[in-house]
Write a protein that binds this ligand. Structure first.
Ligand code: ADP
Ligand code: MG
Ligand code: ZN
Length: 477
């Protein structure tokens, strides 16, 4: 046990997938030519006024409602002032004193234990543009396509105690956003990004230690590694009698280390004040209740339902509900199959999910549709093919979309159950392995699996194991 406890609080930025930007009608489409999605408002021309996209408070409030926050009927946009070339107005419109949502909670599960992580607040803001540095041209460029893209920032309480908890929390948040359909969750493109505030304190100490804020974490793996590295770094410092300083640190993914970006002295004084161009946002309670009634079944609820309705273990239910499209796939496949829903869960968790992961295929693009998946399982159920053959051809079916029954027929993979054919194979195996036969008859009955393996090899995995077992037992007795 370490003598130190880790304390982590996360600030998560999520792009809202609205069609247009937060204060103008420019498109939010990613990957356009630089400065294609730009107008007078989002490029910071003088004399123009922002107009709030009404989808933004709706999405932000829905995230708040999904995480047990209270939604403030009055919230205020504020200017966060700083200078940077990707911020043409010289300020970012955000929320400060009166955010749209406060005091929520997200439940996570780590090591079989459920833990509640507090949400301090959720506020709306606009994203900044992007500076692009070109070594080839020895110049820097500014692309404002991202300027004015709507974001919500979700700030947690410092409630997490390990990198594993931080990752579990992030995965849960991302899952909720995807269920709500308000963010695409793409970490590499920066639609879902996080800053991790990390500190340590001696076990038993009530006050928090000084924190470092880690930036540039664009995958779950990076979050895990950056926090682990940072915790070790802080413990080393304290053990050496030095102090942790409050600063912003950048994670270097190539080296797996963090290094100082700016200290507290260089920290910005943002001189927040209410934006005079925007009236306070006032929502009426009925509207908020309407949004609440529109919330879909959320991951945590779906997980409990899957356990009850399909008799699944917690672990499988969690894997199947983490992504809405996967949950829908499973339910469609289980319904089409109509048989043992747990067996279907085993195939989705054990075969489909690894294939999706390894091939980088979204479940919606998998050509083995839920109906075809059900068909494959039925072939196993009725003994047309063995479980082993089913697993062997699984990936081919995912990639090709072939009808499982047709595929099995065309490739001649149907299980051999004909006892005449199998008897001949059993006889061959017995004749070829006299010493094993003798050992078996002398009491080493475990050798049955050796004989089974030999018959399977002869039959290229297609022998019906039930029939073979019976034949072997008869002939070896
Ligand atoms: P800032 O805006 O300067 O980053 P905030 O007060 O908004 O500061 O805090 C940001 C995050 O830091 C929150 O998620 C909070 O939970 C977390 N945090 C605050 N103090 C600590 C600490 N001592 N150790 C770890 N995290 C902390
Ligand atoms: Mg911060
Ligand atoms: Zn614009």
């Amino acid at each position: 046990m370490s003598r130190y406890e880790t304390v982590i609080g996360l600030e998560v930025h999520a792009h809202l997938n609205t069609q247009t930007k937060i204060f103008c009608s420019c498109s939010t489409t990613f990957g356009k030519e630089p400065n294609e999605n730009v107008c007078a408002v989002c490029s910071g021309m003088p004399g123009v006024l922002p107009v709030l996209n009404e989808k933004v408070p709706e999405y932000a409030a829905k995230m708040g409602l999904a995480t047990g926050c209270s939604v403030n009927l009055k919230s205020v946009f504020a200017r966060k002032n700083y200078f940077y070339p990707d911020l043409p107005k010289g300020y970012q419109i955000s929320q400060f004193e009166l955010p749209i949502c406060e005091h929520g909670v997200v439940n996570i599960e780590v090591g079989g234990e459920v833990k509640a992580i507090g949400l301090t607040r959720i506020h709306m803001e606009e994203d900044a543009g992007k500076n692009i540095h070109s070594a080839a041209e020895n110049a820097s460029f500014v692309d404002l396509n991202r300027a004015g893209v709507p974001l919500i920032e979700i700030v947690s309480e410092p409630d997490m105690r390990s990198a594993e908890e931080a990752v579990a929390y992030l995965k849960e948040l991302r899952s909720i956003l995807l269920y709500l359909g308000i963010c695409d969750g793409n970490m590499e493109e920066g639609s879902f990004r996080c800053d991790a505030n990390v500190s340590i304190r001696p076990v038993g100490q009530a006050e928090f230690g000084t924190r470092a804020e880690l930036k540039n974490l664009n995958s779950f793996k990076h979050v895990q590694k950056a926090i682990d590295y940072e915790v070790a770094r802080q413990i080393d410092l304290v053990e050496d009698g030095e102090n942790v300083v409050q600063e912003t640190r950048l994670y270097n993914a190539d080296k797996g280390t963090t290094h100082s970006m700016r200290g507290k002295e260089e920290a910005h004084d943002y001189r927040y004040f209410p934006d005079p161009d925007l009236v306070p946002l006032v929502l009426d309670a009925a509207r908020v209740e309407q949004w609440r009634s529109e919330l879909p079944e959320l991951p945590a609820d779906k997980r409990v339902r899957f356990m009850e309705q399909y008799g699944l273990a917690d672990y499988d239910a969690a894997l199947l509900t983490a992504e809405l499209a996967v949950a829908d796939y499973y339910e469609a496949a289980a319904a089409a199959h109509g048989g043992d829903a747990r067996k279907m869960a085993n195939w989705v968790v054990g075969e489909l999910l690894p294939w999706l992961n390894e091939s980088g295929t979204p479940v919606g693009d998998c050509l083995l549709t839920p109906e075809k998946m059900a068909g494959l399982l039925s072939l196993v159920d009725d003994g047309t093919i063995s479980v082993k053959i089913g697993k062997d051809i699984f990936r081919d079916l995912c990639a090709s979309g072939d009808d499982p029954a047709g595929y099995v027929k065309a490739k001649g993979l149907a299980q051999v159950s004909d006892s005449g054919e199998l008897e001949a194979m059993v006889d061959t195996v017995i004749a070829e392995n006299p010493s094993e036969v003798e050992a078996y008859r002398g009491g080493k009955t475990k050798l049955i699996s050796f004989f089974m393996g030999q018959v399977m090899r002869l039959s290229k995995g297609q022998a019906n194991p039930g029939v073979v077992t019976k034949l072997l037992q008869e002939k070896l007795a």
